[in-house]
Design a protein around this ligand. Sequence first.
Ligand SMILES: Cc1cc2nc3c(=O)[nH]c(=O)nc-3n(C[C@H](O)[C@H](O)[C@H](O)COP(=O)(O)OP(=O)(O)OC[C@H]3O[C@@H](n4cnc5c(N)ncnc54)[C@H](O)[C@@H]3O)c2cc1C
Length: 343
Amino acid sequence: MTGNVISTDAVVIGAGPVGLFAVFELGLLNIRCHVVDILDKVGGQCAELYPEKPIYDIPALPIVTGQELTDKLMEQIAPFSPEFHLNHMVTALEKIDDETWRLQTDGDIVLDTKIIVIAAGGGSFQPKKPPIPGIDEYESTSVFYSVRRMEDFRDRDILVVGGGDSALDWVLNLQPLAKSMTLLHRREEFRAAPDSVSRMRALVDEGKVTFHLGQVKGLEGDGTTLSGVNIKTKAGEDITVKCDTLLPFFGLTMKLGPIADWGLNLEENLIPVNVENYETSTPRVYGIGDIITYPGKLKLILSGFHEGALMAHHAFHYIYPEERLVFQYTTSSTELKSRLGVS
Ligand SMILES: Cc1cc2nc3c(=O)[nH]c(=O)nc-3n(C[C@H](O)[C@H](O)[C@H](O)COP(=O)(O)OP(=O)(O)OC[C@H]3O[C@@H](n4cnc5c(N)ncnc54)[C@H](O)[C@@H]3O)c2cc1C
């Protein structure tokens, strides 16, 4: 494993609602957390799949949208200052000794931790690939499904394909750096924020972005670097856009991803746990939320919150083996209130 090593008490894999609330439960018990997520934002399914949909079954919140719930969880965990590593996928776990696990991310971060909390939901969100013949050959050189470092796209001739928020955001953000910027979408209507659509249309009017209605039909290039993309326009014309970079944004699907390779027991791609404490069959490795299975498991946010509380109370003994854990209420405990920064 390579990269800078960060030491911490706990690493939470997954910044969905359940991972975020786990940070709160661990924080109350004075357990420091780092949180890793593949996505560029926190909130998991709530923020990625249904940010504006109302949820009606969060206790004491009769109605809250996916994004509002995420924002409230972030506010709730703020006193514990968790460190986030977004845009990072945990790729490997390695046992260093009886008290330490080492995690590696695909962004070359290495975390040494006393406990691991897998809150990976339905697994990793992965980009849907468009069915274009030969696209695999150009991936990582000319075809990218996400933008990690904007600077890598400076002075490139870029074709962005799609009509959602990611497509529009990257047209707007990369246009000032790019040599040329073209947007291709199959219809006039966009699923992106109206403000982004207006800003994109203004750039088209100024001649800074070229917009085509149509679909990708094929790629031109030497098998490593693209030189152009063949398009069938909505009007039925065949045209070629000269470009060296293709950014298709066709949405995300969920796949188990590297979790399958971590040597954990899996049942139909889910992690079985001990329901007394949510530890997996591997000591110091816990599972909570949608990724786990046990008799009667419900894939509900509130179930994941409960699982996080029991997990934290068990994990305390690994972090503070000499201390006795006294059960306390936040309403009355001076110690818990001081950790929360309230009087
Ligand atoms: C349309 C829709 C409506 C829903 N409505 C409700 C509702 O009304 N009420 C309700 O209770 N539930 C609802 N749910 C279900 C609810 O969203 C899930 O139960 C909840 O999101 C599970 O939370 P989680 O934190 O376990 O996982 P997720 O929200 O899936 O988050 C997991 C996170 O882990 C990350 N991850 C995965 N693998 C890795 C890795 N290797 N490295 C780094 N990061 C990784 C993912 O990127 C993701 O962000 C709904 C779901 C959908 C799709």
